[in-house]
Design a protein around this ligand. Structure first.
Ligand code: G3H
Length: 489
């Protein structure tokens, strides 16, 4: 097991002497099911967390030439140094991605590589940003030197489904823009950051990057309650986001960068290429067992083709291989959250009681750490699986006659991230696309929903997001335009 006995504060890996939390994998290493102990991490308390916060505040307040005012080229050097060290840790991090969150090998490798690419692209965009935004401007005798500056101290929390990539999608732009950060790794996916702590420590000046461990309400909430956090950057659920915002005594001055829930629909029109639609819906609904904010979480299929679609889609779901993440060809893996199979089962039972059927043979088979994806049909608005963001392996399929039904439901929804639209005659459906894009933020034509490529804006309407991520947008989300003005004499 990996025992994380230190935490990062003020440029030092400080020994933790207090209580610890055990980290388990829901993947069993024995024949009889038993979660595997992977290691331990500090169970920090309020006092320790506030001490860490102080180090970030001090680093932000430090004088000339220090991180917030440091020359861009020097900041870039620090980030390049970090990414070079990070690259040497690929194997270790990938191993923990598989054990801690059950992500299969190709997707774990992709998460690592995509994160490296994200950092490298961020560095390039940052160079460009500096060229573009460091400008002299003159109007009515006033000269202004406009530039982009940091916002202050950032509290950053990432999710368990992308504990590396999405944590870094917040962390990296926040750091490079000159902010100082305190970050708390996700509960599942906490150990995989351990191999990178030394790289953070040695690449950045003291206090710029600080790490806390422990329960959100015991460490993150007290940090917010000090009022010293300028930006709350969180990818996860809105309950945690709201709870943390509520702790802040001066909410109006808190900047938010939030990536939250979604219930992205797939819409299968009567003229859709069914092979393509089924292929895309399989990956859209079930890659990483549906545990993606961008996953397709409801499929609307037109009455005219529903029989054919249901039969072929259900068969394809049953062909997906379940196993341990490192096994060849495995698509479905154990779920990292211990109570998740039972939660998914509740959703299924509720739908069955209200008139839906499981239309695939293996659907709903349950074990200690897994439930085989159930395809539910016909789903209605009264069912929990229609309303809740399942974030797991269950697929609600709802028939429709008139597209307006779906538009009304989407307008009523609390979410507004993306939609997938499957149809052949793009010219014909162009007005529909225009309508859809005003209900969500990305329309995927004949393809499943996804966040990447990471250079594109990633955001959502309503409860799905606050602020925009992407290599380009994130640099702006974590900064503010400032300027020095002088008058012609
Ligand atoms: O959980 C939400 C992620 O941003 C999804 O990213 O579409 O690349 O899997 P992805």
């Amino acid at each position: 097991p990996l025992h994380q006995t230190t935490y990062l504060k003020n440029g030092e890996l400080v020994a933790w002497k207090g209580k610890t939390d055990e980290v388990y994998s829901t993947i069993s290493s024995t024949k009889e099911y038993k979660p595997t102990l992977l290691g331990t991490v500090p169970h920090m308390d309020k006092e320790a967390a506030l001490d860490v916060l102080q180090s970030a505040c001090d680093a932000y307040a430090r004088g000339q030439g220090q991180w917030p005012t440091m020359k861009e080229a020097e900041r870039i050097k620090c980030m390049e140094n970090f990414v070079a060290q990070m690259k040497t840790k690929r194997e270790e991090v990938v191993k923990y991605l598989m054990w801690e969150i059950g992500k299969n090998l190709p997707d774990s490798q992709k998460e690592f590589d995509r994160t490296v690419e994200y950092i490298e692209d961020t560095i390039e965009d940052y160079k460009q940003l500096d060229r573009d935004s460091s400008k002299f401007s003159k109007r009515d005798g006033v000269n202004a030197h406009i530039r982009r500056g940091p916002l202050g101290v950032v509290l950053c929390l990432g999710p368990y489904n992308y504990p590396l990539n999405e944590t870094f999608a917040l962390l990296i732009p926040a750091i490079i823009m000159g902010n100082t950060v305190v970050f708390k790794p996700a509960k599942h996916g906490v150990l995989l950051l351990s191999p990178l702590l030394e790289a953070f420590r040695s690449s950045f000046p003291k206090g710029v990057v600080n790490v806390i461990y422990g329960r959100g309400r015991e460490v993150a909430a007290p940090i917010m309650a000090t009022g010293k956090i300028d930006v709350l950057a969180l990818i996860g659920n809105s309950t945690s986001a709201i709870a943390l915002q509520d702790q802040h005594p001066y909410k109006n001055r808190l900047r938010l960068v939030l990536g939250l829930e979604a219930k992205n629909p797939a819409i299968i029109l009567p003229d859709a290429d069914l092979d393509l639609a089924i292929e895309e819906c399989i990956s859209g609904t079930l890659s990483f067992n549906g545990q993606r904010c961008t996953a397709l979480k409801i499929v609307y299929v037109h009455e005219d083709i529903r029989e054919e679609f249901n039969k072929r889609y259900a068969k394809k779901v049953d062909s997906l291989k379940f196993g341990n993440p490192w096994e060849e060809g495995v698509k479905l893996t154990p779920l990292p959250e211990p109570g998740k199979p039972q939660y998914i089962k509740e959703l299924i039972d509720d739908a069955l009681e209200k008139g839906a059927r499981i239309i695939n043979e293996k659907g709903g088979e349950i074990s200690d750490n897994y439930i085989y994806p159930a395809v539910l049909y016909p789903v209605t608005k009264e069912m929990r699986v229609y309303k809740e963001e399942q974030f797991g392996p269950v697929v609600p399929v709802k028939p429709f006659k008139d597209i307006q039904e779906i538009l009304d439901e989407m307008a009523d929804s609390n979410y507004g991230q993306q939609v997938s639209l499957f149809g052949k005659d793009i010219q014909e459906i162009a007005p529909l696309i225009d309508t859809l894009v005003n209900l969500v933020c990305r329309v995927n034509l004949n393809s499943s929903c996804q966040r990447g490529p990471d250079v594109f804006p990633f955001t959502g309407r309503k409860d799905s997001a606050v602020g925009t991520l992407s290599v380009h947008d994130a640099l702006r989300s974590f900064s503010i335009r400032t300027f020095v003005a002088s008058k012609d004499n």
